[in-house]
Structure formats: C-alpha cells, structure tokens
Design a protein around this ligand. Sequence first.
Ligand SMILES: Cc1c2[nH]c(c1CCC(=O)O)Cc1[nH]c(c(CCC(=O)O)c1C)Cc1[nH]c(c(CCC(=O)O)c1C)Cc1[nH]c(c(C)c1CCC(=O)O)C2
Length: 369
Amino acid sequence: IMDKDDLILPKDFPKLKNDAFLLACRGQETPHVPVWCMRQAGRYLPEFRESRAGKDFFATCRSPAACCELTLQPLRRFPFDAAIIFSDILVIPQAMGMDVQMVAGKGPTFPEPLKEPEDLLLLQSKVDVNKELDYVFKAITLTRHKLEGKVPLIGFTGAPWTLMAYMIEGGGSTTQSKAKRWLYRHPEASHQLLKMLTDIIVEYLLGQVAAGAQALQVFESHAGCLGPAEFQEFSLPYLRDIARKVKDQLKESGQDVPMIVFAKDGHYGLEDLSQSHYEVVGLDWTIDPRSARERTGGKVSLQGNMDPCALYAPKERIYEIVKKMLEGFGTRGYIANLGHGLYPDMDPENVGAFVEAVHAHSRHLLNLK
Ligand SMILES: Cc1c2[nH]c(c1CCC(=O)O)Cc1[nH]c(c(CCC(=O)O)c1C)Cc1[nH]c(c(CCC(=O)O)c1C)Cc1[nH]c(c(C)c1CCC(=O)O)C2
C-alpha cells in the first residue's frame, strides 16, 4: 500500500527486474548486450515535444513530475536496458549562482559568462547542494519508484572542464577559445574553478545515489578541443578525483555504484581513462571497437559507439552496422549505445530498429558460445 508521499522517499524501491546493464558495467555475463541511447528522452519523440511544448526548459528540469514523465517516455516505446534521468549538466552553474537560459534554436545561453579570474568571486563557492539541487534528487527518487524496477536508473553530471567551458563561453562554441584562453593565460584560476566544480560534483553525485541513482555517468563533452597535455592537466586529474571521492564515500556506507566516464573525442586519453577508477569508458564513433578494446586491455567495460547519423540509414543497414559493432566489441563487458546523443530529426522507428538489432544479434552471438 503505497502512499503518494512514499514516492518521494528514497526507500522501499521496487525490485530490479532487468540487471543486464549493471552486470555489463562490471564485466559480468548477461543474456544479451544491454543498450540505451544518450538523449533517449528527447525531441525525436513526438510525445516529448508535446510534453515540453510552451514550457521553459529549466522550469521543466525543476519539476520532478515532468522529469519523471520525460524519463519514462522512451521506455514505453523501446526495450532499453537503462533509463537516464531527464535533467541537464548546466544545473550546476545555476546552483553556483549563474543565470543560464535555454534559447530555442540557439541552445544554452549564459547572459553573463565568466570573463576574467576576478569573476570567480561572483560565484557561490560553498554551494548547499542538498538545497540548491534538491529538485534533481526528488526527480530521481520519484522516477526510481515509477520505473517499477523495469531497468536501472542512471544519474549524471557534466565534468569540471566541460562545465568550465560553458561558464566562460556562455554557450556552445566550436573552438572553445575563450575557455582555452583561461587554460593558457590563467592556469591557476582555471585550477581554482575546476577544483570548485569538482567538490560540488562529488556532493551532487553522492546526493543522486542517496536519492536512488543506480549508476552514474560523467560527461566530458568538451574533451575533444583539448590536446593530450591539456587533458592531462585540466581534465583527467579532476575526472579521477571525482570517481575516487565518490567511491570512497560510498564504500563507507557499504554501497557500490558503477561509474561511466564519457570523454567525447578524447581518444588520445583512452589508456588513462581506462585506469581512472571508472568501471565503464564511453566512446564516441571515431574509435574502432577492436582498437578501443586493445588499448583498454580488458581493464574496463566499454560503452558506445555507433555514429548517431547511422540511424538515418535504412533498417537493414542499421542491423549490419550493429552486427559489426558487436563483433568488434564482443558481448562481454559491453554496453551498446550511440557515440553521442540522438538528434531531434531522427526517426523513432530506427531507434527501435537499433535496440532490436543489439538484442537480437547479441543473443545470437551468445548462443553460439
Ligand atoms: C553538453 C550537454 C548539455 N546537456 C547534457 C550535455 C552532455 C551530453 C552531450 O555532450 O550532449 C546532458 C543532458 N541533457 C539532457 C539529458 C537527459 C537525459 C537523456 O540523455 O535523455 C542529458 C544527459 C536533456 C536535454 N538537454 C537539452 C535537451 C533538448 C532541448 C529541449 O528539450 O528543449 C534535452 C532533451 C538541451 C541542451 N543542453 C545542453 C545542450 C548542448 C542542449 C541542446 C540545445 C539544443 O539542441 O537546442 C547542454
């Protein structure tokens, strides 16, 4: 007998029925290769567009009921093996006191981005994460209940460098030159900001686990504009710090939650990423599955990496591409996904064909063993 109020308490969650994703994160045997898609809750779904119509993006993020509904929508259509909470990486800069708006046709926009190191003083350095981001935690708890144990729920965050880049660029950028200017001209202030973000992210991820998240993904979406040396200095140490601190704290309370790091276009860092305390390394489509396996030497599970644009292909071709991908990665320690998020103009039917192909072909390969 579940009272409505119990849905917001992070306890008595329904029993998990499909643990293929969690098993694959840990390199354990599964009956099929699990699959989910980055941005599976998104504008390619007509029901998503309808729910979001006329509403402010971040107001939607602040409504636990809306986040829950948007998270569940793709699972009603497709047998995905994981859900990812509907939210955004930019809720952290907002919690630090920055104004961020989602402008239609333009994307995220900061009216007053950081310009010079003095601007760091304007940020809330000691953020009360439990207060400022409580709405995300509530959304996670509600969604974990409403999922009814169908699949595990993934929580996420942006990585420090990616968030720093948005905070300085004030929005999307192809060169990230304003943010990279800080790395070369103000390395100390850069480290100060990255450290500030890291502390908040650790608390934020721990809060997500306490609220009911069963896995965590860290998005370093702007790894690609860094070179190996800058990655070593300004991204990797913080990615490692996050995983180590989150895991140490969880261990104290006897918990263990798999963590995924996705450094988009950061293949120069693949060896390092596979030795960074994350169970899973996410890959974009510019890496060949076999070479990714060789370079990570069985140290981690891998996730990815079909080119999202392959979903524009006819279904038979999608099956062929999935087949090659599965043969390249193998069926063990592997989570099928795209190499980046779905685009709004993609056909939901082809997303269904992708999921179906992963399940069917991986079952076929596993039965041959
Ligand atoms: C860089 C980044 C952002 N947000 C995110 C990242 C990291 C992943 C990546 O590299 O893409 C992460 C994110 N954003 C969203 C999710 C939800 C879960 C899911 O993947 O389904 C996740 C995991 C919802 C969203 N976040 C956003 C949408 C689409 C806008 C809308 O719903 O109105 C969704 C579904 C908006 C957003 N938010 C951001 C961008 C660049 C955009 C797109 C703007 C545009 O295309 O107009 C920042």
